[in-house]
Design a protein around this ligand. Structure first.
Ligand code: NAD
Length: 256
C-alpha cells in the first residue's frame, strides 16, 4: 500500500508510539509533520531516509493557538493535511484525593482537549479535499480503569467518546475517525512507571515482569511498530468503513 501524495501530522512523534507511527507513514510514502519536545534532528534524519518530505513543528499541544499554527504550517508545507494522528500524551499516577489539580489540568489539556482542537482545525481542509483519516491514540484506559490514574482514564474515555462523535459527523464522507487502544508499550512514559516500582530494590526486571503480569496476559509489550502498521491499515481504502472504532491492541488485557 502506498501513501504517495498524502500528508500526515503526528502529534508527540519525537518519541515512543508517535515516532513508530510517523516512521511507518513516511515509509509508506506520506509527507510527515512531526511534533513533540526534544531535539528533532535525529528523528528528522531517520524519517527522511524514506525520501518523502518530513518537517517538525514544536507546538505545545496544551496551547490551542500553537495547535492552530502547527496545522496551518502542515497545510502550507504539504498543500493540505490528509492524515491526522493525535498521539501526544502524558501520565501522572496518584490517588484521586492526592491528585494535584495542576496535573489534572495538564493531562486533560494534552490528552483530551488537544484532540478536539486538532480535529476541529484539520477537518475543514479534509472536507474540502474530500478525503481524510483521523487516528486518535487513546488507550485500554479509554475503555477500562486502573487505580491512581484518574485524569488519564477520564481523558482517554473522553477521547473515545469524541472519536465516535466525529465518526458520526463524517459518516457519509470519505473521512474516517478511529481510536487505537494500546495496552503496555515500552516507551519513556511506561519506563517511568517501571522505575517507580523498582525504587525500593532497584530490580527493574522484576518491576517490568510485575507490571505486565498484573494486566497484560501475553506478558509481552505491544510495540510502536505494531501500532504503526495498524495506523497504516486504518489509512487504507480497505478500512474505509471502519468508523468510530476503539481498537484494542493489548496482549489480551481487555479479554479478561
Ligand atoms: P512518550 O512519552 O514516549 O511520547 C510522548 C510524546 O508526546 C513525545 O514526543 C513528547 O515530546 C510529546 N509531548 C508530550 N507533551 C507534549 C505537549 N504538551 N505538546 C507536544 N508534544 C508533547 O509516550 P508514549 O508512551 O509513546 O505515548 C504516546 C501516546 O500513547 C500517549 O497518548 C499515551 O497516552 C498513549 N498510550 C501509551 C501507552 C504505553 O504503554 N506507552 C499505552 C496506551 C496509550
Amino acid at each position: 500500500m502506498t501513501l504517495n501524495g498524502k500528508s500526515a501530522l503526528v502529534t508527540g512523534s519525537t518519541s515512543g508510539i508517535g515516532l513508530g507511527i510517523a516512521r511507518r507513514l513516511a515509509e509508506a510514502g506520506a509527507d510527515v509533520m512531526l511534533n513533540g519536545f526534544g531535539d528533532p534532528g535525529p528523528v528528522l534524519a531517520d524519517l527522511r531516509r524514506f525520501g518523502t518530505r518530513v518537517e517538525h513543528h514544536g507546538a505545545d499541544v496544551s496551547r490551542p493557538e500553537q495547535i492552530a499554527e502547527m496545522i496551518e504550517a502542515a497545510e502550507r508545507a504539504f498543500g493540505g493535511l490528509d492524515i491526522l494522528v493525535n498521539n501526544a500524551g502524558i501520565q501522572h499516577v496518584a490517588p484521586v484525593e492526592a491528585f494535584p489539580a495542576e496535573r489534572w489540568d495538564a493531562i486533560i489539556a494534552i490528552n483530551l482537549s488537544s484532540v478536539y482542537h486538532a480535529i476541529r482545525l484539520a477537518l475543514p481542509g479534509m472536507r474540502r479535499r474530500g478525503w481524510g483519516r483521523i487516528v486518535n491514540v487513546a488507550s485500554v484506559h479509554g475503555l477500562v480503569a486502573s487505580a491512581q490514574k484518574a485524569a488519564y482514564v477520564a481523558a482517554k474515555h473522553g477521547v473515545i467518546g469524541l472519536t465516535k462523535v466525529v465518526a458520526l459527523e463524517t459518516a457519509t464522507t470519505a473521512i474516517t475517525c478511529n481510536a487505537l487502544c494500546p495496552g503496555w508499550v515500552l516507551t519513556p512514559l511506561v519506563q517511568q512507571q517501571i522505575d517507580a516500582r523498582a525504587q525500593a530494590d532497584g530490580d527493574l526486571a522484576r518491576a517490568r515482569r510485575e507490571l505486565l503480569s498484573e494486566k497484560q496476559p501475553s506478558l509481552e509489550f505491544v510495540t510502536p511498530e505494531q501500532l504503526g502498521e495498524l495506523t497504516l491499515f486504518l489509512c487504507s481504502e480497505a478500512a474505509s468503513q471502519v468508523r468510530g472504532a476503539a481498537w484494542n491492541v493489548d496482549g489480551g488485557w481487555l479479554a479478561q
